[in-house]
Write a protein that binds this ligand. Sequence first.
Ligand code: XMP
Length: 322
Amino acid sequence: MAQVKEITASSLDTKEFIKEKAAEISQIVGNGVAINALSGGVDSSAVTMLAHKALGERLKTYFIDNGIMREGEPQQIVSIFQKLGVTVQIVDAQDEFFNALKGIEDPEEKREAITQTFYKKVFGKLVKQSNAKYLLQGTILTDIDETVAGIKRQHNVFEQLGIDPQEAFGYKILEPLVQLRKDGVRKVAEATGLPVSIYNRMPFPGPALSARVIGEATRERIALVRKATTILEKELSGVKAFQYMAILHKNRVTGMRDNKREFGQQIEIRCWDSIDARKASPTQLSFAMLDKLAARIVTEVPGVVSVTYNITPKPPSTMEAV
Ligand code: XMP
């Protein structure tokens, strides 16, 4: 396995990096076509801008609507990129993903189901249709570190696990950001002209809201955690934290509503202070804020009777519960 040479954010010359990577992409892809999936996260957004600079219209960018994104996300992202002159096509793959997630409870099996659906089923088809030989993606050094260390299999890491994408999926994968960590990617993203809402965007996992549901990620359970996520992201938008999330628990608990017993759902809130996601500690949110979050979630998300706040640092916790 080739050792990746890290470029730290402090030693990064963004202009030079963009020039170099765009030239590399141009040279490898030649006159051909490349495709990429844009999720709207800072990594895939930076890759889209880099590759667009290199290939122009020969880059086909897709937003895969997997059914497990946050409220309104596909349309928001497409419109941001439209303003930057990048056309993004939304691909409705909701049925494929929910079928693949059916009956799966184990976290790593969930990740594997999403990986296979994304790379083999959805992208296999798009590659064939577009005649592309290359897929560009925003893998960063931390994804590789955590996967190789066996902590959490990141959905976008292959080579370091001995998987050849050409053999497994029928196309090559280019990873122009692989020498960077998140802080470096944010600098590159800003330098490519992306707006602050993208280059400072809070991290969000590749397996999206399925990582926020403990147990089976059904349409109904995803819809429930999506509602809680919308409330949480709105209320905490002014808080300086690395990442915050709502998690739907598998087990129900006894609650009461309108003087009747209600055996209902539990939502766990997590909010993290962290520099690079390798270590993290719970943000000291005010009790008034926690109170408000609980009140809104139990009132506005049907069936939820309990809201808790995680007070355990990483380690031994991890940031996501799944
Ligand atoms: P953990 O839960 O490992 O999370 O402490 C560290 C950071 O990684 C994100 N994360 C993921 N991102 N695919 C991703 O793209 C994944 O499978 C995944 N799991 C966790 C998490 O949101 C946090 O920022």
